[in-house]
Design a protein around this ligand. Structure first.
Ligand code: FES
Ligand SMILES: [Fe+2]
Length: 462
């Protein structure tokens, strides 16, 4: 059984935080440490305040819709979500709708969700079809988008064969993640993702499978929901129950080029916010309350004499995960077996890297409402090499009044997400009430937020 987490006295927050902590932990690793875990070149992004209007103004939203979204690579589906020919989903961004579909040849394509005849959306929602048949007059295309049947073809002799196939958007993929882009002139997805594929090369995300997929509408701008996961500075005030095993204010923050940023928060290390936490408590609470370790029953484990919680939890994850995947993970660092290593890719994709406990976030604007967004959270496992990839779980859509903790598949992550989300509706209200008219970011711990907004500004200025 999981005993309740022990309360601890809090230290003076003004004096806390050391970004060099993670590198000191790496120096204690018993295996070679990958270079990419070192800090990136310091980002020189300045300390300018940001206007509050960025997070609620209809005008700002429309500029994003006109200038940024049509030119950005957007994550639309894990490969296992549409495993067979005819499987598809409908991806909506602003007022545009796209069908993402697997063809008979196994390839994933993206079609504008618009009939070539009178323009009706061809598919109201995802599912599985044998062909794409328009509900209005029955124009029909095959799963590759080639015209199959044109009713009263004698009346369309002015529609030449080269204009009869469904127009396609670009689809490019990385490690089982499919992305689309509306812009034929955009760089490749590989360019867009920058260092991410190289940093994740050994995590075998090609063999990932979607174990959990929750979707919920959140009453705030899409950037606010995303920024809730850009820093660990909020843990003391928002998630106090995870401080015993989360080294929040000692996190390392990095920016890599235009689109990629990272936060690394050491796990199985007590926060400097707390006094007098024992290693046994760290181990117990990390297993019981992190929601992303190889076991969730903190009470089932006894910390051996002289062993740190970090070593114990890391080795537990290594053993369980090696067994589950059939991989030798003896070379994996304790950091990559448990730490919160969060990468973000502009504009709205986030992934927890590492061998274990990979969470994925995507936040989309909710149509043209700048004060509402659609938030997806996925948890990825792996499947054994040589065995077929299991299909993804169906998307579990929560209603507006259902908390994440009502989704049992999230385990201990559910209450943590509810804590994050509780802040968000109050942010819009507060931003609109601001007398200064600006938001002031922390210079280091919130540099990912600044990086994101500066990148956005590049698109809006063009
Ligand atoms: S609108 Fe699609 S067939 Fe007429
Ligand atoms: Fe949080």
């Amino acid at each position: 059984m999981n005993a309740p987490i022990t309360p601890h006295a809090l230290n003076n927050p003004a004096e806390l935080g050391d970004p060099a902590t993670f590198q000191r932990l790496l120096a204690d690793e018993k295996v070679p440490v990958p270079d990419f875990l070192k800090p990136a070149e310091p980002a020189r992004l300045g300390n300018a305040d940001l206007s509050v209007a960025r997070w609620f103004s209809a005008d700002f939203h429309h500029r994003e819709m006109e200038r940024m979204w049509p030119r950005a690579w957007q994550f639309v589906a894990r490969d296992e979500a549409i495993p067979e020919a005819g499987d598809h989903l409908v991806y909506d961004i602003g007022e545009r709708s796209v069908i993402v579909m697997r063809g008979e040849d196994g390839q994933v394509r993206a079609f504008a969700n618009s009939c070539l005849h009178r323009g009706i959306a061809l598919r109201p929602a995802g599912g599985k079809v044998k062909q794409l048949r328009c509900p209005f007059h029955g124009f029909t295309w095959d799963l590759q988008g080639a015209m199959q049947s044109l009713p009263c073809a004698w009346d369309f002799t002015h529609l030449p064969p080269e204009r009869q196939d469904l127009p396609q958007l670009r689809v490019e993929s990385w490690a089982g993640f499919h992305f689309i882009c509306f812009d034929p002139a955009a760089p490749s997805l590989a360019d867009w993702l920058g260092v991410l594929p190289a940093h994740c090369a050994d995590y075998d995300l090609e063999h990932a499978t979607t174990l959990v997929h929750i979707r919920k509408r959140i009453p705030c701008n899409w950037k606010l929901a995303q920024e809730a996961f850009f820093e660990s500075f909020h843990v003391r005030a928002t998630h106090p129950h995870i401080l015993t095993f989360t080294d929040d204010v000692d996190s390392q923050y990095d920016v890599f080029g235009d689109n990629v940023a990272r936060c690394i928060t050491p796990m199985s290390i007590p926060s400097p916010n707390l006094e007098g936490v024992t290693e046994a408590e760290v181990m117990h609470d990390c297993i019981a309350a992190s929601g992303r370790m190889a076991d969730a029953d903190g009470g089932a484990h006894q910390l051996p004499q002289g062993m740190t919680a970090r070593a114990y939890v890391g080795e537990m994850n290594r053993a369980v995960f090696a067994e589950a995947t059939g991989r030798d993970l003896s070379h994996a660092t304790l950091a990559e077996l448990q730490d919160a290593i969060l990468y973000s890719v502009f504009p709205n994709f986030q992934i927890w890297a590492g061998y274990f406990g990979n969470i994925v976030y995507r936040v989309l604007p909710d149509g043209n409402n700048p004060e509402s967004c659609i938030y997806d959270v996925m948890v990825l496992g792996r499947h054994k090499h040589g065995e077929p990839k299991p299909a993804a779980v169906p998307v579990h859509e929560l209603s507006d009044d259902q908390p994440f903790s009502s989704a049992p598949e999230l385990g201990a992550l559910g209450p943590v997400l509810d804590q994050d989300m509780r802040n968000l509706p109050h942010m819009t209200r507060g931003l609109k009430s601001s007398l200064s008219g600006v938001v002031t970011l922390a210079s280091y711990q919130e540099l990912r937020i600044r990086h994101h907004h500066q990148r956005l500004d590049v698109f809006l200025a063009d």
